[in-house]
Design a protein around this ligand. Structure first.
Ligand code: ATP
Ligand code: MN
Length: 457
């Protein structure tokens, strides 16, 4: 029976093993050949030793970088440095050869090159590490919430509501685009469309999440999210995964405490469970990565208001690309100044001007600011956006009218019938993976990235 390399590397020498994987390298001499075998279960390769008294040159010829093989043999203590055990091959089966045009022949390909080979890049050390960490973080997300009594609540991907009241959604239609049915006044007749109305891919599950929280108490969503903004940045994808907890009876401080505890938990989970992968990324790309992760776990996040943040930015004397004053939406350069240069710690910024935040956020007594909270992270900028929600029917209704939103009755019903204070936030999963892996570009922390002009596979 096949054992994974991850498990074999923990075994004691002196037993038969059965191993299957892809060849990373082959080297050696006339007497003995060494193959570094990887099966994706771990960043570490298993060394397979072929004694040329048992195997001919001809037998070993198909073993080239990228080929796939099955080996049976004896696990022995390794003579060489770099590994404790190795396999003395007794039987070889070649599943598939890999011709010399295999794109991943040598180490140290650029990320851009590998993005063009995104169908094969999971086979590299770097992407193997990133994808295993991604998995561990996804598991940590579910474990964190499950252990705290949250219910995983599935919100729809196809929706007729636009959460933020803004555009930037991908439309979902089955109408013929070159021959659209029109109403008498010349508009597109969506009553003829599949759902009988205009539908889009979701930009957030929050509004539906609130329906869950005001019934089940504590819920979270974790699913794909789509945004059609033309943002060609290292922090935006057109398709990404978002985690959105929503909590009945939570006020803004409870919300901040949960967000901070949640991120720290996930980072710690990755460090505890993916140390080899993180160490690899630390040693090859980002020598401060492990220190940065430990720092986040060990230190309290700074909490301050948007107003205080603006003052710090104004007094900084720094020349920002986008000028800063009370009322502007913060750009990534401002967020990163606060986090990386001023406080040198993650920051939770609260109480933003209502004009730059969504309609559902709870209005403060000053009538000017809302109970929003953004968690800002080194290298990333905004990693979480959240708020306490407006639970007062009349106040929310007047915001809905101000914004000219329609078809929100179902949402307003949560305030009409048994309204409660409640809060929630959204964490962009890829931004978390970006932080934990130290990768530079969000396109490199999801297997098949979608961004403007890129939709391969
Ligand atoms: P940004 O200002 O960085 O574009 P946002 O304020 O539009 O983000 P929110 O609507 O608050 O984002 O979404 C919640 C979280 O989802 C963000 O804090 C971020 O982590 C993540 N996120 C938002 N847009 C994207 C995107 N296009 N790609 C990846 N993650 C995203
Ligand atoms: Mn936001």
């Amino acid at each position: 029976m096949r054992k994974t390399i991850k498990d074999i590397l923990k075994e004691a020498p002196g037993q038969k093993v059965d191993v299957k994987g892809w060849v990373r390298t082959r080297r050696g001499n006339k007497n003995v050949q060494f193959v570094a075998l990887n099966d994706g279960s771990t960043i570490n390769n298993l060394q397979i030793v072929f004694d040329l008294s048992k195997f001919s040159e001809e037998d070993l010829k198909p073993i080239t970088t990228g080929s796939s093989i099955h080996v049976e043999g004896e696990l022995v203590a390794s003579q060489g440095s770099g590994q404790n055990v190795e396999v003395q091959a007794e039987k070889l089966e070649v599943y598939g050869t890999s011709p010399a045009d295999y794109p991943l022949q040598k180490k140290g390909h650029s990320m851009e090159f590998l993005r063009e080979k995104a169908h094969l890049r999971p086979r590299t050390n770097t992407f193997g590490a990133v994808l295993r960490i991604r998995h561990a973080l996804a598991y940590a997300v579910h474990k964190f919430f499950n252990d705290r009594g949250f219910y995983y609540f599935h919100t729809p991907l196809i929706t007729a509501s636009d959460c933020e009241g803004a555009g930037a959604q991908f439309q979902v239609t089955t109408m013929p685009l070159n021959d659209l049915p029109k109403t008498e006044d010349g508009n597109i007749d969506y009553s003829k469309d599949f759902f009988g109305k205009m539908a889009s891919l979701t930009v957030s599950g929050q509004l539906e999440g609130e329906l869950g929280a005001t019934a089940l108490g504590l819920i979270y969503t974790f699913g794909p999210t789509f945004r059609a903004e033309n943002s060609n940045t290292p922090r935006h994808l057109s398709e990404f995964w978002m985690i959105e907890p929503e909590m009945a009876f939570y006020e803004i401080d409870d919300n901040m405490n949960l967000a901070e505890e949640f991120i720290k938990y996930c980072v710690k989970y990755a460090l505890d469970n993916c140390y080899d992968d993180i160490k690899f990324l630390n040693d090859h790309f980002d020598p401060e990565l492990i220190d940065r992760l430990k720092f986040v776990i060990d230190n309290d996040f700074v909490r301050l208001s948007y107003g205080e943040g603006i003052e710090i930015l104004e007094k900084s004397g720094k020349k920002f690309e986008f000028p800063v004053h009370w009322g502007v939406d913060l750009a990534s350069e401002h967020e990163r100044y606060l986090v990386e240069e001023h406080f040198k710690k993650p920051v939770i910024l609260t109480d933003y001007p209502k004009e730059i935040k969504a309609f559902y956020m709870k209005l403060n007594d000053d009538g000017k600011t809302v109970r929003a909270m953004d968690v800002l992270f080194p290298k990333i900028g905004e990693i979480i956006g959240g708020s306490q929600r407006e639970e007062n029917y009349d106040k929310l209704m007047s915001r809905v009218k101000e914004m000219g939103l329609e078809g929100m009755d179902w949402y307003l019903d949560t305030r009409k019938y048994g309204t409660v204070p409640h809060s929630g936030f959204g964490l962009g999963f890829e931004r978390l993976v970006l932080f934990v892996t130290g990768m530079q570009n969000i396109r490199d922390v999801i297997p098949f990235p979608r961004y403007p002009k890129a939709c391969e596979y």
